[in-house]
Design a protein around this ligand. Structure first.
Ligand code: C2E
Ligand code: MG
Ligand code: MG
Ligand code: MG
Length: 279
């Protein structure tokens, strides 16, 4: 639709377009080089069990430390890599790195927890990628492979054609836990719960931010927690930063918390150190 924004002089519009275009082109054209130069790192953010305060699992989050441009945030390059068709290569890289890490832990008999990797809707159109994971799970199903979990947002799921969502269920049938990410932020949250089976639901950060601010949000949160439990699904609250938010989530029966209140995403070595310390 036409807004005032688009009625501004043509040059403004054109410049905006060009900036994004060039950035995205640059991101895509430098992606493979970045992989080769090991500029991409897996960061881990611990997920804490509300009852015990101990680390129950973690989420793998990609970080790009570009040789000349410095840190580029995932919020910027993930959408660009999706548009350019490179995201599956990145996600495959993440899965491989996480499996490597878990394998090492097993070989050295060191403590480990399950780790979830984010999937893009595009991964479902790259048959090879998910087939590769499923066959890994099927043949033998090594310990470390069973510890890999997958996160998908409801928005992503809505973008996948019916034929391709079968792959998600195949992952689950073969023992991988599936997490519904950013729950409540999309347009079909309840439809997703009705149509698919999930193991864990991740409550979107926008709800958590409103704890202590908006009474309506608090009621919605209680209802989400109750509903998930009735469906036999456990919950992770994303983005808890304050004592008040954590107290509310604990009192209302949320199972796990992932947020700066406990831990920020961190390099692998730091994360493994926490596990060594029995955190
Ligand atoms: P997400 O999967 O919802 O990940 C959670 C995001 O919330 C992460 O942002 C994390 O750093 C941030 N977060 C966690 N706790 C807090 C908190 O207490 N306060 C605040 N303000 N933020 C918190 P990050 O790492 O910037 O990632 C952004 C998004 O990029 C992710 O959202 C995910 O959708 C995507 N992403 C990240 N890594 C990958 C990847 O390897 N593959 C794919 N396909 N997507 C990825
Ligand atoms: Mg996620
Ligand atoms: Mg999320
Ligand atoms: Mg998100």
């Amino acid at each position: 639709y036409i807004t005032d924004e688009y009625l501004k002089p043509y040059t403004v519009f054109k410049n905006n377009m060009q900036d994004t275009y060039v950035d995205e082109m640059e991101i895509c054209s430098e992606f493979e080089d970045g992989i080769a130069k090991r500029e991409f790192q897996v960061f881990y953010q611990p997920v804490v069990d509300v009852k015990t305060g101990k680390i129950a699992s973690a989420e793998a989050l990609v970080r790009w430390f570009h040789e000349t441009k410095g840190f580029i945030s995932p919020g910027q390059f993930i959408p660009a890599l999706e548009k350019g068709g490179y995201i599956s290569e990145l996600d495959r890289y993440m899965v491989r790195k996480v499996i490597e890490c878990l394998e090492q832990r097993r070989k050295e008999s060191r403590p480990a927890v399950p780790v979830s990797v984010n999937l893009s809707w595009m991964d479902f159109y790259d048959e090879n990628m998910l087939e590769w994971i499923v066959s890994g799970l099927q043949c033998g199903g090594k310990e470390e492979e069973k510890m890999i979990r997958f996160e998908i947002t409801e928005t992503s799921l809505a973008a996948i054609g019916e034929n391709h969502t079968r792959m998600l269920m195949r992952l689950r049938e073969n023992g991988a836990k599936i997490l519904l990410d950013d729950f409540g932020s999309g347009y079909s949250s309840f439809g997703m719960l009705q149509d698919y089976d999930f193991d864990i639901l991740k409550i979107d950060i926008s709800f958590v931010r409103n704890i202590g601010v908006n009474k309506k949000t608090e009621s919605i949160l209680r209802a989400i927690i109750d509903m998930a439990h009735q469906l036999g699904i456990r919950l992770v609250a994303e983005g808890a930063e304050t004592e008040e938010q954590v107290a509310f989530l604990r009192e209302n029966g949320c199972d796990y918390i992932q947020g700066y209140y406990y831990y920020k995403p961190m390099p692998q070595a730091e994360f493994l150190q926490l596990l060594e310390e029995g955190k």
